[in-house]
Design a protein around this ligand. Structure first.
Ligand SMILES: [Fe+2]
Length: 149
């Protein structure tokens, strides 16, 4: 494991790569079309995102953001508790969407359209979630710098 140049830097980098996978999921729902070929694309993107996020959540829960940071800056503890709880609901949401991809193959266009709406909602949740974590990491970094003055 590489050493962080500053605490939480690896988490920020992982957020960046997770956001690229989120963009790919969003790209897949934007090409929603007649037929079901795009569903394979969506399923593949959701699978990659689910695997990457699962590993990311595990690493960050054991790392600086969820361990050292709230001990040092207790004002972030309650938000981090909420964000930590949200990890499992995001993973559960992704696995539900993967199951739905299979179900809507034999469904109607309206079923597939509703699936896209649910994907869009979870994509928004993931973006907001990781942005909140970034904000906490960056705020704590600036607090750190302030202490050095
Ligand atoms: Fe994160």
């Amino acid at each position: 494991m590489s050493q962080d140049a500053r605490p939480g830097e690896r988490t920020l980098e992982e957020h960046h790569s997770c956001m690229q996978l989120v963009d790919a999921v969003e790209g897949a729902i934007n090409v929603e079309a007649a037929g079901t070929g795009w569903l394979d694309q969506l399923h593949g993107c959701l699978t990659k995102l689910s695997l990457e996020l699962g590993a990311h959540f595990e690493r960050e829960t054991q790392g600086y953001l969820f361990q050292e940071l709230p001990a040092r800056f207790p004002r972030f503890a309650a938000r981090l508790d909420r964000l930590g709880t949200e990890h499992s609901s995001i993973i559960t949401g992704l696995s539900g969407l993967l199951g739905e991809c299979d179900q809507v193959r034999s469904g109607t266009d309206q079923d597939r359209h509703k699936l896209c709406g649910r994907v869009q909602l979870l994509v928004s949740t993931i973006r907001r979630h990781e942005a909140e974590e970034n904000e906490i990491l960056i705020s704590a970094h600036w607090d750190d710098l302030g202490e050095c003055d």
